[in-house]
Design a protein around this ligand. Structure first.
Ligand code: G3P
Length: 218
């Protein structure tokens, strides 16, 4: 599984998000690889309507439908065509209690949950919330050119170990600095089930070419 997080880069404002999503869709169709996209929240509906690959929200808030002005409920994310959601990204951290509430509400809306963790300790704590995926990303490597798999392979192995000890059915992803097929292959060798990445694709001159290379590591 390769999940491309668009974040809030200039490149994905307006129609840019759909361009990246279409590149992911084209490579998924071409190779049969599992690619998913996280557009900016305001573009999720447009992207989910236009592409067949899984679309995940970048975040949801722990609110049920109703009096929740400005918050993004799991139910509305589901209704606009998302298959799942990120929760607790390093750039959008919430307390473990809120992670638990988001996972529960997301489950009630049949959304796949990908909870991010910045350390092995956080990964262990959020594993008790039973998400579908946990993505470990050391914040200091995010957006950089050195992959977590090279800079800190131990955090990937330790997260896989710690998470599986709590709940064997949770899949583990890793991210931060992932840019190439070699990084993806290294992630799988370390026991991860895939990667979560952003800048390598979103800021690439030719996103499709980068995606093809990434997929070659699966
Ligand atoms: O959500 C993905 C992320 O935080 C990693 O970002 O740019 O290092 O691939 P990047």
């Amino acid at each position: 599984m390769i999940i491309v997080n668009c974040k809030a880069y200039r490149e994905v404002e307006g129609a840019g998000a759909l361009t990246i999503a279409r590149a992911c869709e084209a490579v998924a169709e071409e190779t049969g690889a599992h690619l998913a996209i996280c557009p900016p929240i305001v573009e999720t509906s447009a992207v989910a309507t236009a592409v067949k690959i899984p679309v995940l929200a970048q975040n949801v808030d722990p609110y049920a439908p109703g009096s929740a002005t400005g918050w993004v409920t799991p139910a509305m994310v589901k209704a606009c065509g998302c298959l799942g959601t990120l929760i607790n990204h390093s750039e959008h951290k919430v307390p473990v209690k809120a992670v638990e509430e988001c996972v529960e509400l997301a489950l009630g809306s049949n959304l796949i949950t990908v909870v991010c963790a910045d350390t092995v300790q956080t990964a262990t704590a959020v594993a008790h919330c039973s998400p579908d995926f946990i993505a470990v990303e050391p914040p200091e490597l995010i957006g950089g050119n050195v992959s977590v798999t090279a800079a800190n392979p131990r955090i990937v192995e330790s997260t896989v170990e710690a998470v599986k000890e709590v709940n064997h059915s949770i899949h583990v992803l890793c991210g931060a600095g992932v840019k190439t097929g070699r990084d993806v292959a290294a992630a799988l060798d370390l026991g991860a089930d895939g990667v979560l990445l952003a800048s390598g694709v979103v800021k690439a001159k030719d996103p499709q070419q980068v995606l093809r290379d990434l997929v070659s590591g699966l």
